[in-house]
Design a protein around this ligand. Structure first.
Ligand code: FAD
Length: 540
């Protein structure tokens, strides 16, 4: 398995000394309050104490924006083997078949458990209503509130987690770095406006910080998705993997002035067509599965069609579908479009691809252990082997549930073997004074420039010249940004995004083939000799 090495500028983003910082002790620290983090919290029983840290309010996460739903073989005519086969086919040779089987087999139980915790899924004649999405060969996606599944599932999970007697929730608290000592993770240094920097010493730590979409100019991800978890894991010495695989969602609303709102795959699942600016239903030129081809194929086809037609977007057409069905199934999308004067039952919806799901991340085993003892991880920040080179739609909420549960359970069992000590370790961070005056830097300008650079050269269609140009540019920015010590999340997020961009570029340059979400114009075919993961970690 190829292994890349990169040297981070500093082990810790800030300086701290144990005599000049507050200390808090817990059994288990969970970083992230999305589906993975809260599912982990729900697995930890008293007397074990848990702190859940979340950089925004609990309800802000990628999970809360999920639309389509959660995949599981729930229909009697469907089965695990078929769900596993679809997942493996989408993953283009890089799925771990053992992990795929483990996850798909758990799906019905994890969905049932959500129902018991109060999540209300859509039903039809008293049974769970199931929809089909690209790459699935059956209707197997359970959804809620029509097209706002994440909102409903997170409502139920947050309400259940809030009732836990052994959990404290630190909202608007940012993880700056994981703490490591003698090869083991010991907790984290975090920051919030009220207390400044604090060290949380934990017997076990679970990282569930989600994705990295904000690195790209066009993205479906909310503002929290700035790759912080990938960066803190990397600086702490964890092995990351497959960082070149960013999934681009094919259909993101493209209206000047609107947020880049996702138009769920379920819209195509219900029969919507993709048309170019001349009205041509172009997917027939690219795949026998038409609009229901896997995401990488549809995104790629759209990018090529936009180039061919020299038009900045393509269009979703639902006008041939039953108008009542469209309104009932997609109330949320209907409302967003109506705000811009579009009636989704009649008008063409302008869309184009956007960065959506980070496939690469911290390597975890079947229970969620990373390569650092004492550090577990779950959800989008990981590379578990489920998605391979391309995630199958609606498998990621499922992954968060399965690995949230196993990492919560594993961390609790492991923490039980440690005595309480309530003493801080002699761990500090210091380096020579670098530039300190962060006022000199226009962080927003840098962030926008990074997004444009990554979209242009590390987006859907890549080649060596573009990737090398992105590498030079990111290295140049990194030279002066990474050397600074910032005082709040705006600076730390930028430092994390620059670092993770560098990891993505390194992976994309090293993979000299096209596979799944990673398309190289200069190597347009898959190469069987490269059908393996690409690991990356900090150089010693
Ligand atoms: C618009 C949209 C629609 C989607 N639709 C679907 C779908 O229908 N089905 C599906 O399976 N998947 C879908 N996905 C993908 C899915 O939502 C995510 O992959 C999944 O929710 C990730 O869950 P998570 O718990 O790993 O991370 P998240 O839900 O993103 O949670 C991350 C948490 O970490 C916290 N955090 C991040 N950085 C820090 C930091 N520095 N310090 C402290 N806390 C931090 C955040 O505040 C947040 O609480 C969709 C994604 C988007 C964006």
């Amino acid at each position: 398995m190829p292994k890349l090495h990169i040297v981070p500028a500093h082990r810790y983003l800030v300086r701290f000394h144990p005599k000049r910082i507050s200390h808090v002790f817990t059994d288990i620290l969970i970083v992230g309050s999305g589906i993975a983090g809260l599912r982990a919290a729900l697995e930890i029983k008293p007397p074990m104490q848990v702190i859940v840290v979340s950089k925004d309010v609990l309800s802000q996460s990628n999970s809360a924006y999920a639309q389509g739903g959660i995949a599981g073989a729930l229909d009697p005519v469907d089965d695990f083997t078929s769900h596993a086969a679809d997942t493996i086919a989408a993953g283009k040779g890089l799925c771990d078949e053992h992990i795929v089987e483990l996850v798909v087999r758990e799906a019905p139980d994890r969905i049932q458990e959500l129902i018991e915790w109060g999540a209300v899924f859509d039903t039809e004649n008293g049974e769970l209503a199931l929809t089909q999405e690209g790459g699935h060969s059956h209707r197997r996606v359970a959804h809620a509130l029509g097209d706002a599944t994440g909102k409903e599932v997170m409502r139920a999970l947050i309400a259940s987690a809030r009732r836990l007697p052994n959990a404290d929730f630190w909202e608007q608290t940012f993880i700056i770095d994981l703490l490591t000592h003698e090869g083991r993770c010991r907790g984290a240094v975090v920051w919030n406006r009220g207390h400044g920097k604090t060290i949380i010493w934990a017997k076990e730590t679970i990282l569930a910080t989600g994705g990295a979409g904000q690195i790209f100019r066009e993205t479906t991800n909310p503002s929290i998705a700035t790759a912080d978890g990938h960066a803190v894991a990397f600086r702490a010495g964890a092995v990351l993997r497959d960082m070149e695989f960013m999934q681009f969602h094919p259909t993101v609303l493209y209206i000047a002035g609107s947020s880049r709102h996702l138009i769920s795959e379920a819209v195509r699942g219900e029969g919507a067509y993709l048309r170019d600016c001349s009205g041509h239903r172009f997917m027939e030129d690219y795949s026998p599965r038409f609009e229901l081809a896997p995401r990488d194929e549809v995104s790629h086809a759209i990018a090529v069609q936009m180039e061919k037609t020299r038009h900045p977007c393509v269009y979703l057409d639902l006008s041939h579908l039953d108008a009542k069905l469209v309104r009932d199934r997609f109330p949320h999308i209907g409302k967003v479009c109506a705000d811009f004067g579009l009636d989704i039952t009649r008008d063409l919806i302008p869309v184009r691809p956007g960065a959506h799901y980070m496939i690469g991340g911290a390597v975890v085993d079947a229970e969620g252990r990373t390569t650092i003892p004492g550090l577990w991880a779950a959800g989008e920040v990981t590379s578990s082997g489920l998605h391979g080179a391309n995630r199958l739609a609606s498998n990621s909420l499922l992954e968060g549930l399965v690995f949230g549960r196993s990492s919560g359970r594993g961390a609790a069992q492991s923490a039980a073997s440690f005595q309480d000590t309530y003493s801080a370790l002699a761990l500090s961070s210091d380096w020579q004074h670098g530039p300190h005056d962060d006022d000199e830097l226009n962080l927003l300008d840098l962030r926008n420039s990074l997004g444009s650079e990554m979209w242009r050269d590390v987006g859907i269609r890549r080649d060596r010249a573009g990737l090398e140009s992105a590498e030079r540019q990111v290295d140049f920015w990194n030279r002066y940004v990474a050397a600074r010590e910032f005082a709040d999340p705006r600076g730390w997020e930028l430092q994390n995004m620059l670092l993770v961009s560098r990891l993505m570029i390194a992976g994309a340059l090293a993979r000299r083939e096209s596979r799944g979400t990673h398309f190289r114009r200069d190597f347009p075919q898959s190469d069987p000799a490269q059908a393996e993961h690409m690991e990356i970690c900090a150089a010693e």
